[in-house]
Design a protein around this ligand. Structure first.
Ligand code: AMP
Length: 293
């Protein structure tokens, strides 16, 4: 119990922008390297792996926890997105986080908010086709979080490969002086990529959800066996996914990992991103793998 109190005391939860900026300024003045891990909370091992990486590379780790309304379309799951700050604080601290920034929606988007950040082209494909306003919400909030937490480094997950690429593009284009680190996908023991949204899955849906990973593994195997035609690989993945009663495919794509342009025939010596989005019942899941030929 005493131990628990000490843990709670050590962790600082900041909710105001001005206070976060002041703390970040002080840390920078002390010469501390600041690492930030932006999240929407309901933390799992995937998030914690990002915090651990940030801890290795910086002196002070700030985890931001903010369910960003701007990146949800009206028909999406903003309201029901899982939230549990108390649990998140404990988990984040156990992974080495020093400060949590947890603002309200009003604090981030006051009434007269009028400015948005938009990355072109990369945001129009894959996820962008199905969620046309999503990445504008992501880049706007991440730009704000960078200005609020003033990090030297920021860690994102390869789980959201397109998001990580878009953030890197934004950082380059807008000259944010921040190193972007992309961390590997953390999976459950049966291969399902960890996601806060996995809690939505019923027992039978949870079983069907492993098909995303299985289809990526199938693609890797086909490529290993010298299949080079994307159409053939994708149709075999589709066949496998469609064998699950609750699964509906939004897209499966084999693309250049830097431009996200679709590739018809795979060439030796190159790397490709195989990305997919599948709805399992009403839960939309994404996953991907990088394959070097
Ligand atoms: P989210 O809270 O879902 O917005 O995710 C916050 C960050 O954690 C993003 O950079 C995600 O890519 C990353 N992330 C989410 N799930 C995983 C995972 N299973 N493995 C690695 N990183 C993840």
């Amino acid at each position: 119990m005493l131990f628990q109190t000490q843990i709670d005391l050590k962790m600082r939860v900041i909710t105001k922008v001005k206070e976060m900026q002041k703390v970040a300024d002080e840390l920078r003045k002390e010469g501390k390297i600041i690492g930030v891990v932006p999240t929407m909370g309901y933390l799992h091992e995937g998030h914690l792996s990002l915090i651990r990486i940030a801890k290795e590379k910086s002196d002070v780790v700030i985890t931001t926890i903010f369910v960003n309304p701007l990146q949800f379309a009206p028909n999406e799951d903003y309201d029901k997105y899982p939230r549990d700050l108390e649990r998140d604080v404990k988990l984040a601290q156990s992974a080495g986080c020093d400060i949590i920034f947890h603002p309200s929606v009003e604090e981030m988007y006051p009434e007269n908010f009028l400015t948005y950040v938009e990355v072109e082209k990369l945001t129009k494909v894959l996820e962008g086709e199905f969620r046309p306003t999503h990445f504008r919400g992501v880049t706007t909030v991440v730009a704000k979080l960078f200005n609020i937490t003033k990090p030297h480094i920021a860690v994102f997950g390869q789980k959201d490969a397109q998001q990580a690429l878009i953030i890197k593009q934004m950082v380059r284009d807008l000259n944010f002086d921040i190193e972007i680190i992309v961390a590997p996908i953390v999976r459950e023991s049966d291969g399902l990529a960890m996601s806060s949204r996995n809690v939505y899955l019923s027992e039978s849906e949870r079983k069907d959800a492993t098909v995303l990973y299985q289809s990526l593994k199938l693609a890797e195997k086909l490529i290993e066996e010298s299949e080079r035609n994307s159409g053939v690989i994708i149709s075999k993945m589709e066949e496998l996914i469609k064998s699950k009663p609750t699964a509906k495919i939004d897209y499966i794509a084999i693309v250049d990992p830097n431009t996200l342009e679709k590739v018809e025939n795979l060439s030796e010596g190159k790397e490709y991103l195989i990305a997919l989005a599948v709805r399992i019942g009403s839960t939309r899941l994404i996953d991907n793998t990088l394959v070097k030929i």
